[in-house]
Write a protein that binds this ligand. Structure first.
Ligand SMILES: [Cu+2]
Length: 356
């Protein structure tokens, strides 16, 4: 993963230093920092009649467990955390790590200078490793197993509406809706403490969407001068009612603040800090009852702070003219998690986009 980031950075630096950068400012829209770091969604608008196509790939890792801000071992969880679906009295299956891959294809179109419309579909691949402890009590490990789910994610549509714009400062509203196009009834085979391997509905964390229509409000500010760019975005996700399985994922609020420096006009590096809060799940799916932390709606959400290093380049000339390549690597700084949960580890996002 680190090699991938370094390779992307080197490739970007190499290509941009070969360009004659003196003319780059003549070519409207080729600044690297015209876009926010790739992890920020709905960060920029387009001019009337302009289209943009984009592809993003994100890989997120989770590793090890935490209660609040304290790390906790699988043995401690298996012997001390009570199981709401008892018996057994405590949790006997403990997740140890998770990888989520997300492919996102997006389109943008500006019917007027004041409004840009945006849509995004995604394909998600989740993979979680677990330890199963033997029987009703104790710390004897029976074995390990892995569950997987993959498929279409929820679909997002939104409008970016201009509030204010002058040469160096832009503000717009983000008004979005998430459509429940993802499957929330995924199943897989598990290893139980009794050494059986039934196929069960997977816990909430392994499902591919929320199952609800969600509103996605936000406001975005972006500023720039000669070499520097900066910006901030609030974005939220509020769930409308409960889904077909009688629960609602926790509402989310996120604030990102970033700054960027243009190495040459077409290429910028960025630093971003993101804080977010997420509530626990409301209600429950009565098909999800295994003795594992992820089956308990209270073991979701919390407060998180992360920092991201990014790179953004758009080719000003040549056969790749107008093609933008971006990468952003994220590390968690602080995580205060509700109940008992896997904690986030590093994440990386790669992106391509092209305006027409
Ligand atoms: Cu765009």
């Amino acid at each position: 993963m680190n090699k991938l980031l370094i390779a992307s950075l080197c490739a970007g630096l190499l290509t941009t230093t070969t360009f004659n950068t003196a003319n780059a400012d003549d070519n409207h829209g080729v600044r690297g920092d015209d876009h926010a770091p790739i992890g920020v969604m709905g960060d920029h608008r387009h001019g009337k009649g302009e289209f943009m196509l984009s592809y993003r790939f994100m890989r997120m890792f989770m590793n090890g467990n935490r209660q609040g801000t304290d790390n906790v071992s699988p043995e401690t969880i298996a012997t001390t955390v009570s199981n709401p679906f008892a018996p057994p009295p405590t949790l006997r299956v403990v997740p140890t790590q998770m990888t989520t891959d997300m492919h996102m294809v997006g389109g943008m179109y500006a019917p007027t200078d004041n409004v840009t419309l945006m849509g995004m579909v995604s394909y998600i691949n989740r993979d979680m490793d677990h330890i199963t402890f033997q029987g009703m009590a104790g710390t004897t490990r029976l074995g390990t197993f892995n569950t997987r789910s993959k498929g279409l994610g929820d679909t997002k549509i939104s409008s970016l509406i201009k509030i204010y714009e002058e040469r160096n400062h832009k503000i717009h509203l983000n008004a979005g809706l998430s459509l429940p196009t993802a499957d929330i009834k995924k199943t897989d085979t598990v290893l139980t403490p009794m050494n059986t391997t039934p196929t069960l509905r997977l816990p909430y964390a392994m499902q591919l969407g929320t199952g609800t229509y969600d509103i996605l409000p936000g406001i975005t500010y972006a500023g720039s001068n000669d070499k520097l760019g900066w910006g901030a975005q609030y974005s939220g996700r509020m769930h409308l009612g409960r889904n077909s399985q009688n629960y609602s994922r926790g509402d989310k609020h996120q604030l990102s603040v970033w700054g960027s420096y243009a190495l040459v006009p077409a290429t910028s590096v960025s630093l971003r800090v993101t804080g977010e809060t997420e509530s626990k799940i409301d209600g429950n799916d009565d098909q999800i009852t295994a003795p594992v932390q992820t089956a308990n709606p209270n073991n979701y959400g919390g407060k998180r702070l992360s920092t991201s290093l990014g790179f953004n380049t758009v080719f000003p000339t040549g056969t790749l003219k107008g093609h933008r390549f971006s990468v952003e690597a994220t590390l968690p700084v602080y995580q205060d998690l509700n109940g008992t949960q896997l904690k986030r580890d590093k994440a990386i996002m790669l992106g391509w986009s092209k305006s027409f």
